[in-house]
Design a protein around this ligand. Structure first.
Ligand code: GLY
Length: 594
C-alpha cells in the first residue's frame, strides 16, 4: 500500500496551529520571494500557514476566501462588529476587482446561511436567468447542431441576467447590521488606488489574451496596447469604483434599472460577431429566490447545501449516501479500495445528475428520491465488488412524475470562487460565486465582466426524441455544480466548505468532507489533500502530487487514469471549541480569524 496521503501531508505539516505573529516573523523572506500579494502581517502569516499546511485558529470569527485583499476587507467588517453577511458583501466586492476572472457583479451566486440566533438554515439562489427572448436553439447552428463551446461562450449570446448584486442586497437586508455603503469602502478605494496583479491573474490574462482582445473595453483593461500585465503591476479600475459608488449609494436598484442596466444590455446586444438577447426587462424583473436547503445524512452529520437549480447538494449527498454503506474510516486514505469506492460512487452520482437535475421551477426533479437512503443503498450494492463498474448508468429514484428524461452532457469548465465565513454571533455562511468560464463572456462593462452562465444549459433540447431536463427556457436558471455546504451535527454547524472548479466542484467538496469527517484531517489538510476524481469513467489524478502514485492500483482495478492539473479552491472552516480555517494551496486565498 502506498502512503500517498502521508507523503503529501508530512512535507507540509508544522507541529502546532499557526498564530499570525509567529509565522509572519518566521517566513517573511519566503513570502516576498514568492511574489504573493502581501497586505498585512496577519495575511502574510495566513499565507505562510497555508503553504505550511497549517490551519489558522481563532475563537471569535473566521473568513476563508480566494484573495488576501478580499479576506482583509471582510475581516475589517467583522472586527468592527459586522455579521458574516456584511463581511461577505465586502469580500465579494473586492473579489470582483482582484479576481475578476472568477466572480463579480456580472455573475451569479448561491449562499447557504446558518443563523446563530434562530438555528435555522436557509439558502439564497442568486443564479442567472435565461433572458425572456431565449429560444431553444440559442446554442445551435442553422443545422441544429450544438455550437462549439467557445463560439457560444465568447460574446453576448451566453450572458444571463446577473444575480449577484441582488443576492448581496438580499443577504444584507436579511442578516446584515452594518451600514450598506460601508461595505463598499474597501472595494472603491482599491479600485481607485490600484491593487497589485497577482500571479494567478497575470497567468490567466496571458493565456486568454486573444479572447480578451476581441472586445475593445475588455482589451483596454486587461491587455492595453497588447501588453499583458506582469505580476506586481498596479491595476486601477475607476469605472468599477464608479459602479460600486452607485450601488453603495442607491442599492441594487441602481444596477438592475437605469444607466448601468442599459449599458449591460447594450453591451450584450452589440457584441461583435456574437450578440445576445438580454433586455432591460430581464434585469428589472430579476429576483433572488430563498429556498429550503437540501440536506442528507452522513455518519451522524447532516450535509446541507444548495438544491436545484444547483446539482451541488444533491450530487454531493448522493455520493456520500452511497459511501455511507462502506467503512471508509477503516480503509483510510491510503487504501486504493477507498478510491475505487469514491470514484465509482461519483460516477453513479454524475449519471443521475445528467439525467434528473435542473431548475426545479421549470422541470420536476426527484429531489427526495435521489437522496432516499434506500435508493442509495441499492446503488451501493453495485459497488460491492473489487473492480470498477464497467458502466455507470442513471438509476430509477422514486419519482412522482413519469418523465423520461434524456442525459445532458453540458460542458462546465473550471472557474468560480468560494467564500466561507463564521462570525462572532454564531452565524455561518457558505457562498459559491461565479461568472462561469474564466473571464465569463469576455464582455466588460462599467468595470466588471459579464457572465457566460447560459452555456451551463444543455446546448441540445432533446436526445433521440427525449427531452433534456437542463434545456434552456426563458427565465430558467441553468443547472450548476456549485456546492456551498454547511455540515451540521445535532443541528449545529461544524464545517463550512465549498470550492470553485466547474463540475469538479462536487468532488472537491466531497473530498474535503470525507477527509475531515472520515479521516480526521483538519480543514487545511483536507483542502491540501491531492485531488482524485472520476466523473465520467476516466480517473483523473492530480498531476505533480502523490495522487499519481495510485495509478497502477487503479488500473489494476480496471480504471483508465490520467494525470491532470486540478486547481480546486477549497475554503473551509471547522467549528468546535475553536474555529479552524483552511485555504486551498493551489490558489491565492487565505483564511484569517480572530
Ligand atoms: N458555472 C459553474 C457552475 O455553476 O457550476
Amino acid at each position: 500500500m502506498r502512503q500517498f496521503a502521508k507523503l503529501l501531508l508530512t512535507s507540509f505539516l508544522l507541529p502546532t496551529f499557526a498564530t499570525a505573529e509567529q509565522t509572519a516573523d518566521q517566513f517573511e523572506p519566503e513570502l516576498a520571494g514568492a511574489g504573493q500579494v502581501a497586505t498585512t502581517p496577519e495575511s502574510q502569516a495566513a499565507e505562510v500557514a497555508k503553504l505550511a499546511g497549517v490551519p489558522i485558529e481563532a475563537q471569535g470569527w473566521m473568513i476563508s476566501a480566494a484573495h488576501p485583499l478580499a479576506v482583509e476587507a471582510g475581516a475589517e467588517i467583522l472586527r468592527s462588529g459586522g455579521t458574516a453577511a456584511d463581511a461577505m458583501v465586502a469580500v465579494q466586492v473586492v473579489l470582483g476587482l482582484v479576481e475578476p476572472q472568477s466572480s463579480g457583479l456580472g455573475g451569479g451566486a448561491f449562499l447557504v446561511w446558518y443563523d446563530g440566533e434562530s438555528g435555522e438554515l436557509t439558502t439564497l439562489d442568486g443564479r442567472e436567468t435565461a433572458p425572456l427572448a431565449a429560444t431553444p436553439t440559442l446554442f445551435q447552428d442553422e443545422a441544429g447542431e450544438p455550437l462549439a463551446f467557445y463560439d457560444a461562450v465568447v460574446g453576448g449570446r451566453s450572458v444571463g441576467t446577473p444575480g449577484t448584486v441582488a443576492l448581496l442586497e438580499t443577504a444584507h437586508q436579511k442578516w446584515g447590521t452594518a451600514e450598506w455603503p460601508t461595505l463598499f469602502v474597501n472595494g472603491i478605494a482599491l479600485a481607485e488606488n490600484g491593487f497589485a496583479v497577482g500571479p494567478r491573474l497575470a497567468k490567466l490574462i496571458e493565456g486568454d489574451a486573444d479572447r480578451l482582445s476581441r472586445f475593445q473595453t475588455t482589451r483596454d483593461y486587461f491587455v492595453p496596447d497588447g501588453v499583458v500585465p506582469q505580476v506586481g503591476h498596479i491595476l486601477t479600475n475607476p469605472e468599477y469604483a464608479e459602479t460600486l459608488k452607485e450601488i453603495a449609494g442607491h442599492g441594487a436598484g441602481a444596477f438592475y434599472t437605469g444607466e448601468i442596466a442599459e449599458d449591460i444590455v447594450e453591451t450584450v446586444l452589440t457584441a461583435p460577431g456574437n450578440p445576445g438577447v438580454l433586455s432591460t426587462l430581464d434585469l428589472a424583473i430579476y429576483q433572488v429566490k430563498e429556498r429550503a436547503p437540501v440536506c442528507s445524512d452522513y455518519r451522524g452529520y447532516q450535509i446541507c447545501g444548495m438544491g436545484p437549480p444547483s446539482s451541488g447538494a444533491l450530487t454531493v449527498g448522493q455520493i456520500l449516501g452511497v459511501l455511507e454503506n462502506f467503512d471508509l474510516a477503516a480503509l483510510g486514505p491510503d487504501d486504493p479500495q477507498s478510491w475505487r469506492l469514491i470514484g465509482d460512487a461519483t460516477r453513479l452520482g454524475f449519471a443521475d445528475r445528467g439525467r434528473y437535475m435542473a431548475d426545479s421551477d421549470f422541470v420536476p426533479v426527484p429531489t427526495k428520491g435521489l437522496l432516499d437512503p434506500a435508493y442509495l443503498a441499492e446503488r451501493a450494492e453495485l459497488l460491492k465488488r473489487d473492480t470498477t463498474l464497467e458502466q455507470a448508468l442513471p438509476g430509477a429514484p422514486e419519482f412522482d412524475h413519469a418523465l423520461n428524461w434524456a442525459d445532458d452532457i453540458s460542458i462546465e469548465l473550471p472557474s468560480t470562487s468560494h467564500i466561507s465565513i463564521v462570525d462572532q454571533y454564531g452565524n455561518a455562511l457558505s457562498m459559491t460565486t461565479t461568472i462561469e468560464n474564466a473571464f465569463g463572456s469576455r464582455l466588460m462593462v462599467r468595470g466588471f465582466l459579464l457572465n457566460n452562465e447560459l452555456t451551463d444549459f444543455s446546448f441540445l433540447t432533446h436526445d433521440e426524441g427525449r427531452p433534456i431536463a437542463n434545456a434552456i427556457a426563458p427565465g430558467k436558471r441553468p443547472r450548476s455544480s456549485m456546492a456551498p455546504t454547511i455540515v451540521l451535527k445535532d443541528g449545529k454547524p461544524v464545517l463550512v466548505v465549498g470550492s470553485p472548479g466547474g463540475s469538479r466542484i462536487i468532488s472537491y467538496v466531497t473530498k474535503a468532507i470525507i477527509a475531515h469527517l472520515d479521516w480526521g484531517m483538519d480543514v487545511q489538510e483536507a483542502a491540501s489533500f491531492p485531488n482524485m476524481i472520476n466523473r465520467f469513467g476516466v480517473y483523473d489524478l492530480e498531476a505533480g502530487t502523490a495522487a499519481e502514485e495510485l495509478a497502477q492500483d487503479l488500473q489494476a482495478m480496471g480504471f483508465a487514469t490520467e494525470n491532470k492539473d486540478m486547481t480546486s479552491g477549497v475554503h473551509a472552516i471547522s467549528i468546535n471549541e475553536t474555529l479552524l480555517g483552511g485555504a486551498d494551496p493551489r490558489r491565492e486565498g487565505i483564511a484569517l480569524g480572530n
